[in-house]
Design a protein around this ligand. Structure first.
Ligand SMILES: Nc1ncnc2c1ncn2[C@@H]1O[C@H](COP(=O)(O)OP(=O)(O)OP(=O)(O)O)[C@@H](O)[C@H]1O
Ligand SMILES: [Mg+2]
Length: 431
């Protein structure tokens, strides 16, 4: 039986397999410099010219290079959302979101099987990671999301499908290097969710299959890096495109904000390209005395540059995790196929801080709730293990340092801890 651990992430996915009895993260994609990456960005591109679907970096590159087609990112955010049952039109076909997630999950499986070689049997048993909550307010949507993901995995060819919470998987990865018993707080802040586990770890416990008595608390919140992108975009970039502009006839009213929120939300950007949205915006344009910002918005939407804009904001956020200020290259959005011009925009760490303040408060309140569930106080925590791309934010690191001054901080692999721990779990369950 061939087993694997699958971390289907909002932003990045990984898959861990046993190769010659060694736990290995599958090299999933080679970039243009020839480097192999164990992460596949959770992106998919329907290319209209060759009628083919591409994945990962290849998908985003094709879109950025202007190839005709449709880019989709953050598909996981649809799982557990009210839009989960919707279909979406790509050229002249309608796809369910399950089908689209299915293409991606199947491509990960194929890539892993290719890596294992044609003499190796197909992957049959998988432990898939899941956030503590796909939906943190609606229990029914939450369990439906897991059912959908299980059905998608079976359709992709897996026979045994089971789940583990992502922060518990990260704990299993960390525990490989634990030398004596400890109580650890695991913090996984990714693209879509922030998840926490309080768990007792030790080398002896690592060998046991039933860990139920070691889990002190699991908790999470549906808030992560893609929300940070949205909030940074809405506060700092969208005003360039008319957000907040007063309407001429009734200055007490301003341009409706929901258009800008959609445009700044990775998995909803395509909704802004719809004909009726463009018609509504053209109608609103008539009521603005300064039409330049909305003209830029309309031009950007007609040329389907929404994902390009979101990628610029995400890049700025990442750059601000290691420098005080960065320039957002808005000019690149209008460099081809447009007569309009726009100035680049300077973003500072201070602006990022302000735009993420509320998110940080919510995340750290959820973290406090995790401790309350376990009946523990901050001072009881001896180790904080962090993983997930968003834990690279200095704001996150500073909040952790402040909340747990006496705990040892262990920075895990930002992208591979969950996938690697899911494989540990798969070995216990299926081997
Ligand atoms: N240096 C950085 N500073 C801030 N954010 C970063 C940095 N590097 C990556 N990120 C953010 O981390 C997120 C991706 O992290 P990760 O790959 O762990 O998420 P994921 O596992 O796909 O999501 P989830 O587990 O929530 O479904 C993105 O939002 C990305 O912008
Ligand atoms: Mg993750």
């Amino acid at each position: 039986m061939t087993i694997c651990g699958l971390d289907f992430g909002t932003s990045n996915s990984t898959i861990g397999v046993l190769q010659n009895n060694q736990q290995t993260m599958v090299p999933l994609e080679q970039d243009s410099d020839g480097h192999w990456h164990s992460t596949l960005p959770s992106a998919l591109f329907f290319g209209f010219e060759a009628d083919q679907i591409s994945f990962g970096r290849d998908a985003t590159n094709r879109y950025t290079n202007g190839e005709p087609g449709r880019l989709m990112r953050s598909m996981k955010s649809l799982l557990g959302s009210a839009s989960m049952a919707d279909t979406t039109q790509v050229k002249n076909r309608f796809y369910t979101y399950d089908e689209i997630v299915g293409f991606f999950v199947a491509s990960l499986k194929q890539q892993a099987e290719k890596f294992l070689g044609e003499n190796s049997p197909a992957l049959e048993s998988v432990v898939i990671g899941r956030p503590v909550y796909f939906n943190d307010t609606d229990a029914e949507l939450d369990s439906t999301a897991e059912e959908h993901l299980a059905a998608i995995a079976r359709l992709a060819g897996y026979k045994d499908v089971s789940f583990q919470f992502e922060p518990i998987a990260a704990a299993m990865d960390y525990e490989k290097n634990v030398t004596s018993e400890e109580l650890a707080l695991i913090v996984d802040i990714g693209g879509g969710t922030s998840d926490f586990t309080l768990i007792r770890l030790s080398p002896e416990r690592h060998q046991q299959t039933d860990r139920q008595s070691d889990f002190l608390a699991n908790h999470g919140i549906h808030l992560g890096g893609t929300d940070f992108d949205r909030h940074l975009s809405v506060t700092s970039i969208m005003p360039e495109f008319g957000m907040g502009m007063p309407m001429a006839a009734r200055p007490e009213l301003s341009m409706p904000g929901h258009y800008y929120f959609e445009l700044a939300t990775w998995h909803r950007i395509h909704l802004m390209y719809q004909r009726d949205v463009l018609l509504e915006l053209n109608q609103l344009r008539l009521d603005l005395s300064n039409k330049a910002p909305i003209d830029k918005l309309l031009d950007l939407l007609k040329r389907k540059k929404g994902h390009h804009l979101a990628a610029l904001v995400e890049r700025a956020k990442i750059e601000l995790s290691s420098c005080d200020a960065t320039e957002v290259d808005l000019q690149s959005l209008f460099s081809d196929g447009s007569d309009l011009t726009i100035n680049n925009c300077l973003l500072t760490q201070e602006q990022l801080h302000l735009s993420l303040k509320r998110d940080m408060n919510k995340i750290f309140r959820a973290l406090d709730e995790t401790l309350t569930q376990a009946g523990l106080q901050h001072k009881d925590i001896k180790t904080v293990f962090t993983t997930g791309g968003s834990t690279a934010l200095p704001m996150v690191q500073n909040c952790i340092a402040e909340a747990f001054p006496n705990a040892r901080k262990v920075a895990g692999d930002l992208y591979n801890s969950v996938g690697s721990g899911l494989l540990v779990e798969a070995i216990k369950r299926y081997q």
